[in-house]
Design a protein around this ligand. Structure first.
Ligand code: DAH
Length: 338
């Protein structure tokens, strides 16, 4: 029996080495280790051996079984590796793959990020308010009378409960002063809504950034310096800023701001960009009434406010000809806005 085992071991190892594919290797396994395989049959014969031979033969049997089965495993792995490398040999792994498209920031987001950065340098902090507002926050608190055209149903989206979609981010001035005593120095970017016919230069929703600074001794000079610093940082040293007297209900005096800069690529033309002014004492008084204190004492505090649209400026800076492209979410457009 010893001899027989040694013979099977030698035969099996030779057959394993010679097996050219996985099927013939499997056939070798069945032939020697399968249920009716030669080695398995020999171990059945163990029963009839004399007692004194059993331990020796049993040990040898185990050894042969282990050797053969690890040789089978090793050859199997070898054959698999051969097969895989054959499959890969026709493949040129130096060919470039298909790159995944990487998005880019929306032009308005890019402009907004930069604007926030510049105002932060001057100590302005971010403030926020809801898009759905009360009439009081949007108009009354901002000294805008009942018969003002902006309050017309033709101009503003009203909800059935009397609230409305804010027409200006100036609402955040009100929300800030309602809840915080002076000094305040905030900017508030966000969406605003108007009943405009949508065309290449108008959307019913657009974006503004609002600013408010209230403290003792805030002057028109501070307003002008702030605005000039902002546009110089944003558009370059050659920027020219012009303030034209205008009317807004919540500031007195009020101005419109025009800008000229090479970066705008509009030659010698002024671009009308923002509204601003000194906070009207009537706004402070309404804040005090609502707060039930005299925190915004108009004899003690002054302030300036400003607001401008982001969409038109973003369009000019990134050469976008039609405002609708900003909201259509076309990837071909967004891929270009680096
Ligand atoms: N809210 C004004 C608008 O939407 C812009 C504006 C003008 C904001 C003057 C201000 C301001 O804060 O002082 O047209």
């Amino acid at each position: 029996m010893d001899q027989q085992l040694e013979q099977y071991r030698a035969e099996a190892l030779t057959a394993i080495a010679a097996a050219a594919d996985e099927a013939s290797l499997e056939a070798v396994r069945v032939k020697y280790l399968g249920r009716a395989g030669s080695i398995s049959l020999l171990s059945e014969g163990m029963k009839s051996l004399p007692k004194e031979d059993k331990p020796r033969i049993g040990k040898l049997l185990n050894e042969v079984r282990t050797v053969v089965s690890s040789a089978l495993d090793a050859r199997k792995t070898g054959l698999e590796t051969e097969r895989d490398s054959k499959a890969l040999s026709g493949l040129d792994i130096s060919l470039p793959g298909t790159p995944a498209a990487i998005g880019s920031l929306h032009p308005i987001t890019q402009l907004l990020d930069r604007a926030i950065q510049i105002f932060r340098q001057m100590g302005f902090v971010l403030a926020d308010g809801p898009d759905i507002e009360t009439e009081w926050h949007c108009f009354d608190a901002l000294n805008t009378p009942e018969d003002h055209p902006a309050r017309n149903e033709q101009d503003t989206f009203y909800l059935p409960d009397g609230r409305l979609l804010r027409t200006q981010t100036s609402t955040v001035q009100v929300r800030t002063m309602e809840n915080n005593p002076p000094p305040v120095r905030i900017i508030a970017p966000g969406g605003v809504y108007r009943r405009d016919e949508v065309d290449a230069t108008h959307l019913a929703q657009f974006n503004q950034i609002e600013g408010l600074y209230v403290d003792e001794g805030v002057s028109l000079g501070d307003l002008k310096g702030t605005i000039e610093f902002f546009f110089r940082e944003l558009l370059g040293r050659d920027v020219q800023v012009r303030m034209r007297p205008h009317f807004f209900p919540f500031t007195e005096p009020s101005f419109e701001i025009d800008i000229k800069a090479a970066a705008l690529g509009r030659g010698d033309k002024w671009l009308e960009l923002a509204g601003c002014g000194m906070v009207d004492p009537a706004v402070f008084q309404e804040m005090n009434r609502k707060r039930g204190d005299n925190a915004y004492d108009p004899e003690k505090y002054t302030g300036f406010a400003f607001g401008f649209g982001l969409d038109r400026l973003a369009m000019i800076l990134s050469g976008v000809p039609d405002v609708r492209l900003l909201v259509e979410n076309d990837v071909r457009f967004l891929a270009q806005t680096k």
